[in-house]
Design a protein around this ligand. Structure first.
Ligand code: ATP
Length: 288
């Protein structure tokens, strides 16, 4: 443990150095603007598809859900958010969709402040699969064509095949025209989520936000989701709120959230060394 805490001190020091370098670059940018010099943008920042900067947010009820959340997601990478129950993970996804306005700090998409972007344009670039995928009405085809009415039946079947829902369609005499919900084929929670995944696969969203389900998902669905996640990058960027260690271990970046604050980020191996809470969560297999 001695070595680990030394490592933590060293990493904290390294983080401070990064902060200073970052500030210097910003100051240099201001100076460049005032003197009409070409503005040099740090590489990591210009590649960031989405960035949270010291985001603070309270729900209308008064619950201070986020105190200080900062992270940067590089285009084409696979990212996971982990943390104890109630830490603020789902809230981060809701804010990324601009469901709520933040109290202070900033959320940037490719450097543009989310507050300057119409909600429709924020969401047109997002594919979102919730933990409790909402029940859907209409036909399976209607559901899949929500984002693009011009998709062919063949394309729809390809996506259903990828998420393991093709058997539902084959078993029903009406095929893709089967109605789902109370007056048609009843879908389980896991199946509704797979349908939501199929819709996301058929869309063009550059950033996928996924609130990973916990106990309700069976082993087959989990494997399908794992494979889908792995196949999305680098053509798309993935940010998943993860409850399973298997989702997390292969991420390019894992962001640790505790009590409304981002307290660490890195790969699985890095965090095992640098974050005590991550070690604890990993030992408990992360389910919060
Ligand atoms: P879990 O892993 O249990 O899903 P989480 O890390 O996703 O938790 P959030 O759902 O983001 O945590 O919740 C953060 C805090 O905000 C909690 O205290 C929660 O009770 C509160 N909260 C969440 N949603 C709302 C809401 N709609 N209105 C008021 N408070 C909320």
């Amino acid at each position: 443990l001695g070595a680990v805490s030394q490592m933590q001190v060293a990493l904290a020091a390294l983080q401070r150095v990064n902060d200073i370098v970052f500030l210097d670059e910003e100051d240099a940018g201001d100076a460049a603007i005032s003197r009409n010099l070409p503005l040099r943008v740090p590489t990591a920042q210009s590649e960031a598809l989405i960035e949270f900067r010291s985001v603070r947010f309270a729900y209308a009820s008064g619950t201070q859900a986020l105190q200080d959340v900062s992270f940067s997601i590089i285009k084409g990478t696979r990212n996971a958010i982990v943390g104890p129950s109630g830490a603020g993970k789902s809230t981060i996804l809701a804010l990324a969709e601009r469901f709520y306005e933040i109290d202070s700090g900033a959320i940037l998409y490719s450097g543009n402040d989310i507050r300057s972007m119409p909600r429709a344009s924020v969401r047109s670039n997002l594919g979102y699969v919730e933990q409790e995928a909402t029940s859907v009405s209409g036909t399976i085809a209607d559901n899949l064509r929500l984002g693009n009415p011009n998709l062919s039946d063949l394309e729809l079947m390809g996506a259903l095949d990828a998420v393991g829902l093709d058997d539902v369609v084959h078993r029903s005499s009406e095929g893709l025209q089967s109605r789902v919900g109370d007056d048609g084929v009843m879908l389980s929670g896991g199946q509704r989520q797979r349908l939501a995944w199929a819709r996301v696969l058929l869309g063009n969203a550059e950033l996928l936000l996924l609130d990973e389900p916990t106990s309700s998902v069976d082993a087959v669905t989990e494997e399908i989701l794992q494979n889908l996640l792995a196949s999305q990058t680098p053509s798309r960027t993935v940010l998943v709120v993860a409850h399973r260690l298997s989702t997390v271990v292969n991420s390019d970046q894992i962001i640790v959230v505790e009590d409304g604050r981002t307290t660490a980020s890195g790969t699985h191996d890095e965090l095992l060394l640098s974050s005590e809470i991550y070690r604890e969560l990993a030992v408990r297999q992360l389910v919060a």
